[in-house]
Design a protein. Structure first.
Length: 375
């Protein structure tokens, strides 16, 4: 799952504070007609859900058909980042009026250090996700990834002054319980056929990746608030592009330093579906992750980061359903209970964001009325 995964600004790291989000992000384009706006929303929702779900399932397919390079699986999660230059060039952020106060950009050296550090963390995070997807069934993997919301709430509390409300606390408890049930799942070999030891390792690494991913989100939000002090469409895309560049370079170094590059030829020749299928699987994994990234940023641009985050989380319960269909994962007993508990945790988390969204809109309307009366 990427940076990334499971791409969320979440992969781009936006504020969990709804009031700050509405103040910082540009309003949705007023020049669009209503049907055009709804079309863009539907299109970006499709990009996000289809990209994220397809990338995860194709990642499992890569391993099932004979792929075994964890660094290659890590590399493809960010390698297609140049695609993000397309929306960056097509939809540049509008320049503010001359009378508007503009926050000066921080020193490039400082930004470079931050992007490099974040990119390296993302590369390590993606590597843990690659191991997790290899050692646990894709349905279990996706449910474990749901814990990123719980970790996100915890890190946001300490790093971003996010309030720990009753619905958020309830969400953390439910998602933690869901992960704990999966950890004690007796069907440890699942559909991957690995040993119990590797299953436990995959479980721990996926859990650690979810925690690291949530930490990256909070660090990105902290960067926007304390360093860049602006959140526009272009700046968010730039952060995704440059952190992905660093993560891709780190994955290439890991691929060669680990010696896995020497086995890629034999891996391709031994791929169950053939050489062409091997190449196309990797290409489509990379494209799907970036398609999801475009969907994330697009929803932020036309709606809000809140809505984008909510849609991102919807893909996680969807993956186990497709895993049962395509990979014949078992969805019985403890796993079904864990999935239902995770969905309840999602609902509780989303409900809190709905409350924040409602309060932010009320505050915005109140500010407009005060401003109109004052003028």
């Amino acid at each position: 799952m990427d940076e990334f995964h499971r791409v969320d600004l979440h992969r781009a790291g936006f504020s969990n504070d709804a009031t700050e989000t509405y103040q910082a992000l540009p309003p949705k384009p007023s020049s669009l007609k209503r049907w055009q706006w709804w079309f863009l929303v539907a299109l970006n929702v499709f990009f996000l859900l289809a990209g994220q779900t397809s990338a995860t399932l194709l990642g499992r397919f890569y391993y099932d058909q004979g792929g075994n390079s964890k660094w290659m699986a890590t590399l493809v999660q960010t390698a297609a980042f140049p695609i993000l230059f397309i929306p960056l060039l097509l939809f540049p952020s509008k320049q503010p009026p001359p009378s508007t106060a503009i926050t000066p950009r921080p020193p490039y050296f400082k930004i470079a250090i931050i992007y490099t550090a974040l990119g390296l963390i993302i590369a390590g995070d993606n590597l843990m996700y690659s191991y997790g997807l290899l050692y646990v069934p894709v349905s279990t993997y996706s449910l474990i990834c749901a814990t990123q919301l719980a970790f996100n709430a915890i890190f946001s509390y300490y790093l971003n002054s996010q309030k720990f409300t009753a619905p958020i606390l309830n969400s953390v408890i439910l998602l933690t319980l869901s992960a704990a049930l999966l950890g004690f799942n007796e069907d440890s070999e699942g559909s991957t056929g690995v040993s119990k030891g590797k299953y436990v390792l995959g479980f721990i690494l996926t859990l650690g990746a979810s925690a690291t991913y949530s930490l990256v989100l909070s660090l990105m939000q902290l960067t926007f608030e304390k360093v860049i002090r602006r959140e526009t469409f272009s700046i968010v895309l730039e952060m995704q592009i440059y952190t992905s560049l660093v993560a891709t370079c780190a994955a290439v170094v890991g691929l060669f330093s680990s010696g896995e590059w020497k086995t890629l030829t034999s891996e391709m020749e031994g791929y169950a579906k053939g050489k062409l299928s091997y190449v196309m699987t990797l290409v489509w994994i990379a494209l799907c992750w970036q398609l999801a990234s475009v969907g994330v940023v697009g929803l932020i641009f036309v709606v809000s980061s809140l809505f984008s985050n909510v849609i991102s989380t919807l893909a996680l319960p969807v993956v186990p359903i497709f895993a049962v269909i395509f990979f014949h994962d078992k969805m019985e007993g403890i796993k079904i209970i864990a999935m239902l508990i995770a969905i309840q945790g999602f609902a509780s988390y989303i409900y809190q964001h709905y409350i924040d969204d409602t309060e932010a809109k009320k505050s915005a309307r109140h500010a407009e009325r005060v401003s109109s009366h004052g003028s």
